[in-house]
Write a protein that binds this ligand. Structure first.
Ligand SMILES: [Ca+2]
Length: 284
């Protein structure tokens, strides 16, 4: 009896798997595509214990939180570090970059996060250096979703899916096409209200493009396509003939736009995934 019951369960599970809709997993990366507006982006230049062109903005003095012009590096010989001993301290390496209206900029950096948090943000400023309301973007390592500030103070969309890898890439899109147009952006990368240590290197701010990688599983697949918000096809798999897995990549997509990945199973069931978010009025 036990054996017969076990076999019946397996058959039911298999039937349910066939009826499942395709599942889509995204790997989105911002890719620099122009001149870097950041000075001393690799922290190689400087004098004494200070990398040139970079500022430091702590909310508490050392030893609670301190900066280090570090001898460890992803490229060259130096990087910029933040060492925090306190859950009430935050501090950022900063640099002010002039921006033009009507543009979409990419901010990227590589971060060696030993422990704690990394916060990547960009404040829009007016010509006098005052912060402009409504132009503040933040990103957090997803490992911090259990932090007391999440999700009430840290919005879910601020938490990025940062890979558990040395010198992990972090990125942020800064859009100056809105009504609030900054004269400059204060780039700020640092540690936020958690003990730990991090090092950053190879900071970039400038034109960029989006590379959208995707892995589709969970159903026999007929096709996978990437579309823009108007429904124009960007890439298409062709007939997948019931394949159980499809891996694809769309490169050179515009930042700041919505992109749709549409996976269709052989039975016609379709799964749609908008990146970074569905445009207003779009079919889900
Ligand atoms: Ca370096």
């Amino acid at each position: 009896m036990t054996r017969a019951f076990g076999i019946l369960l397996c058959v039911m599970t298999a039937c349910m798997a066939v009826a499942d809709a395709p599942s889509i997993v995204i790997d989105a990366r911002g890719v620099p595509s122009g001149d870097n507006l950041i000075a001393n982006p690799g922290f190689e230049e400087g004098a004494g214990d200070w990398p040139s062109d970079w500022g430091w903005a702590p909310n508490q003095p050392p030893p609670k939180i301190d900066r280090v012009w570090a001898q460890t590096a992803l490229s060259g010989a130096r990087s910029a570090g933040v060492v925090s001993e306190s859950s009430s301290a935050s501090a950022y390496w900063t640099q002010v970059v002039p921006v033009e209206p009507g543009r979409v900029y990419l901010l990227t950096a590589r971060v060696l996060l030993e422990d704690g948090t990394v916060l990547v943000r960009a404040y829009g400023q007016d010509a006098e250096g005052n912060a402009l309301k409504g132009f503040d973007r933040r990103a957090y390592d997803r490992r911090r979703t259990t932090h007391p500030l999440a999700p009430a103070y840290w919005k879910p969309e601020w938490i990025i899916d940062m890979a558990r890898e040395p010198w992990a890439p972090v990125d942020l899109v800064v859009d100056t096409r809105g009504e609030v147009v900054p004269a400059s952006v204060s780039v700020q990368i640092g540690s936020y209200f958690a003990p730990g240590a991090l090092y950053l290197d190879d900071v970039y701010f400038g034109p960029g493009a989006l590379t959208l990688g995707y892995v589709v599983t969970g159903a026999p697949l007929a096709s996978v396509r990437v579309l823009d918000a108007a429904g124009n096809e960007q890439t298409a798999s062709g007939d997948l003939g019931g394949a159980e897995r499809h891996e694809g990549r769309a490169e050179g997509l515009a930042l700041g736009e919505a992109w749709l990945i549409e996976a269709t199973a052989t039975d016609g069931t379709a799964t749609r995934y908008w990146y970074p978010a569905a445009p207003e009025g779009a079919a889900q």
